[in-house]
Design a protein around this ligand. Structure first.
Ligand code: GLY
Length: 339
């Protein structure tokens, strides 16, 4: 087992990464109390049950799989369960699942009695490399993603890489897009791994390095006052395409992958990244509607009146932050729009 320490003063915590870690939850976490284990219908039941068995008073709540569970209604339901079950300030919430479960359970833990202990056990590549670490918790409201939330760091994160073995390839690629994102802005060596090795057989290495990068960024800028926004590389255009998600059927990581291409300013590098996308089955273009995407981009919460801040990459492992105007975007959309 490897451990990465996230150094955030009083909010510091460890991320344990390795094989068979679900079975060690009782030894690594304080589960000798009331524990609400939150999971969803898309996560193999055995994971939550394995954690619950190691709690002295464990309760499993399983929400519907999908973004619709990141709602005020589901949040209220979880709070009601904590209240009904008599949870006190000394008790804990554990998320066992992907980004939706982590964000929802984390926000519930942040709010119940003004904050009770939260542990995250991410079970998808995307949540292991990115969303499971760093303390962003949230639910959606009126169709606006993550608009109600809190920075609330977990007390510990357990990453069991064995659980990735059963994920469908498309789900793995979805998460790899977020890791590739980090390699482009922050780690040329990780980028070379994507280029030269088979990412599907190097998942443990990729997860470990991604968490190291995420830790370094979050330690410098926990509340996204500046540097942390590099983790949004590719997300401005990605979110704009994703707003049509229900119609276009793309996963989040696939939208981010598309969104990164126009933000790569060096044509040769863009070509190299497309080769990686082909290797891991990420899209290099998509037939979206530019007017709809422009509308979504202008409504995005990151769109400020004085321009839209974006991260761009010229060479792997380094980045430039720029402010673009709405008129700059149509030619950028053209780079990835399939006609
Ligand atoms: N997923 C981006 C962040 O944690 O800041």
């Amino acid at each position: 087992m490897d451990t990465i320490h996230i150094s955030l003063g009083a909010n510091s915590y460890d991320v344990h990464i390795g094989n068979g870690i679900l079975l060690q939850a009782g030894a690594l976490l304080d589960l000798a109390r009331r524990v609400l284990v939150v999971t969803d219908t898309g996560v193999p039941e055995v994971y939550a049950k394995t954690v619950c068995r190691q709690c002295s008073s464990g309760y499993i709540v399983c929400v519907e799989q999908g973004e619709q569970s990141k709602s005020i209604q589901t949040f209220e339901y979880l709070l009601s369960e904590l209240l009904r079950l008599g949870f006190t300030r000394g008790d804990a919430v554990v998320a066992v699942g992907g980004g939706v479960v982590g964000d929802l359970a984390g926000f519930t833990a942040a709010c119940y009695m003004r904050g009770i202990d939260f542990y995250n056990i991410p079970t998808t590549v995307l949540s292991q490399v990115d969303s499971g670490v760093g303390g962003k918790t949230a639910v959606n409201l009126n169709g606006v993603k993550n608009i109600v939330g809190a920075f609330f760091q977990p007390k510990k994160v357990l990453i069991d890489v064995d659980v990735l073995q059963t994920l469908p390839r498309r789900q793995i690629s979805n998460g790899l897009a977020e890791s590739l994102k980090m390699s482009l802005t922050s780690d040329a060596a990780l980028f070379r791994l994507f280029e030269n090795e088979d990412p599907y057989t190097s998942l443990e290495k990729i997860v470990y390095r991604s968490v190291q990068i995420k830790a370094a960024v979050v330690e410098q800028d926990e509340r996204e006052a500046g540097l942390r926004s590099i983790l949004n590389f590719g997300h401005t255009i990605g979110h704009a395409i994703e707003s049509e998600e229900e119609l276009n059927g793309l996963y989040h990581g696939e939208c981010v992958a598309l969104g990164m291409l126009p933000m790569i300013t060096n044509e040769d590098l863009r070509g190299d990244v497309k080769q990686i996308y082909k290797k891991i089955s990420l899209p290099v273009s998509f037939p979206f509607d530019v007017d709809t995407a422009m509308g979504a981009l202008l409504h995005d919460k990151k769109s400020a009146a004085n321009g839209i801040k974006v991260t761009m990459v010229e060479h792997p492992g380094s980045f430039i932050q720029k402010t673009l105007q709405p008129a700059d975007f149509p030619p950028l959309f053209d780079i990835i729009r399939k006609r």
